[in-house]
Design a protein around this ligand. Structure first.
Ligand SMILES: *Cc1c(COP(=O)(O)O)cnc(C)c1O
Length: 383
């Protein structure tokens, strides 16, 4: 095993030199003194773990997701892992999911003790329900759809399969806060919905955090136990479990951002619509078909393009932080070697990762930024 180093400080430094950036946090937290004043109240009170602010955030978030309960935890990854555990997933069980996701989705399945079973995606980057049913075995416990880029999956089809086979659904809604599917919010579309408050997610905090949403009293109680040592009171432990609590200080930051979330989301949606219009005239660049019954919230604005790596270099050389989310699908990761998948198993996914490019779409992207990005793309294909 080679020595593992923290690669993030160098990465922050490299991307902060670009002009049109994915990382916009200095601007977003320009009002940090206002937040610090609210944090000071927590310091004076001293309720750092599962303090009052955590309860308030949970109430507000449940309302937002249209669920009876929300349970705040240490990260989006923990929301997923604890949800699987809370639903009774155990060693030897299988969870059907997508190979086109962030590593955390699969990490959560594996650390919950289960085996990830991959099926291919569609042209909109989300799991293809047509392949799910064939992947079900007697060991299948749950389906874990990922609302990639902030667009909810085809939940009517997935819900139908889950009902017929008695499977749980855990939504990875880490990209999808306030997204909705045929009028129903992400997080209310399965057994449990899982969200991340990572700094670069649409609703973010000053570090790590996450939350799980559910209508089930039973599942909510299990999650409350699992995140806090299995304690029902200071003295009584009913299951030996984890410490994965959202810090009270982070709940303060999340509540501050909740007040701005509608504006943040509207700006992302407007930027995406403007990019859609501007890019429609460039045949080498394509976006997925947009579905008017689905509210996508554009955590990422992902295009498919010809000569992707060259276009990315061109954009970066001209100050645009164009990124690839992500180059290696989960079934081809070194970590997946033991699962027996091979190149060619999921052709749509493999083609997708060779073509995708994410353009900055956050709320501080202006019309001038967008024009600049689109001109650079035009210029690239004209040369
Ligand atoms: C960010 C993310 C996660 C994990 O969230 P963390 O809060 O970083 O643990 C899980 N799934 C997806 C799709 C994500 O983008």
């Amino acid at each position: 095993m080679p020595a593992i180093h923290n690669y993030l400080p160098a990465q922050y430094e490299a991307t902060s030199r670009l002009e049109i950036n994915h990382n916009y946090l200095q601007e977003q937290f320009a009002d940090y003194e206002e937040i610090l004043a609210k944090v000071a109240a927590v310091v004076r009170k001293g309720d750092f773990t599962l303090g009052r602010e955590v309860d308030l955030l949970e109430e507000e978030f449940a309302q937002l997701a249209g669920t009876k309960h929300a349970i705040a935890v240490g990260s989006g990854t923990d929301a997923l892992m604890l949800s699987l555990k809370g639903l009774g997933v155990r060693e030897g069980d299988e969870v059907i999911t997508t190979p086109y996701t962030f590593h955390a989705t699969i990490g959560a399945i594996v650390t919950a003790g289960a085996r990830p079973v991959f099926v291919d995606i569609t042209d909109d980057y989300n799991i293809d329900p047509r392949f799910i049913e064939r992947a079900i075995t007697p060991r299948t416990k749950a389906i874990l759809p990922v609302h990639w880029s902030g667009k909810p999956c085809d939940m009517d089809a997935i819900g139908d399969i889950a009902r017929r086979h008695g499977l749980a659904i855990v939504e990875d809604a880490c990209h999808a806060v306030t997204a909705s599917y045929r009028g129903r919010p992400a997080g209310s579309l399965g057994s449990v919905g899982c969200f991340s408050f990572h700094p670069l997610k649409n609703l973010n905090v000053w570090g790590d955090g996450g939350i799980a949403t559910t209508d089930s009293d039973e599942t909510a109680s299990r999650l409350r136990l699992l995140r806090n040592h299995g304690l029902v009171s200071r003295d009584e432990c009913v299951v030996f479990a984890y410490n994965s609590r959202l810090d009270t200080i982070q709940a303060v930051v999340a509540r501050h951002l909740l007040e701005k979330l509608a504006g943040i989301t509207a700006a992302r949606i407007a930027n995406a619509a403007a990019f859609d219009r501007a890019l429609a005239g460039i045949p080498q660049v394509r976006v997925p078909k947009r579905d008017p019954g689905i509210r996508a919230v554009y955590h990422l604005y992902i295009v498919r393009c010809q000569r992707r790596d060259e276009l990315q270099s061109h954009l970066v050389a001209h100050g645009v932080d164009a990124k690839v989310h992500y180059r290696i699908p989960m079934h081809l990761q070194p970590a997946a070697a033991g699962f027996g998948y091979r190149r060619g198993d999921f052709p749509v996914c493999e083609q997708t990762v060779a073509e995708v490019l994410s353009l900055p779409v956050h709320e501080f992207i202006t019309a001038e930024h967008r024009d600049r990005v689109v001109s650079l793309i035009r210029e690239f294909y004209a040369s």
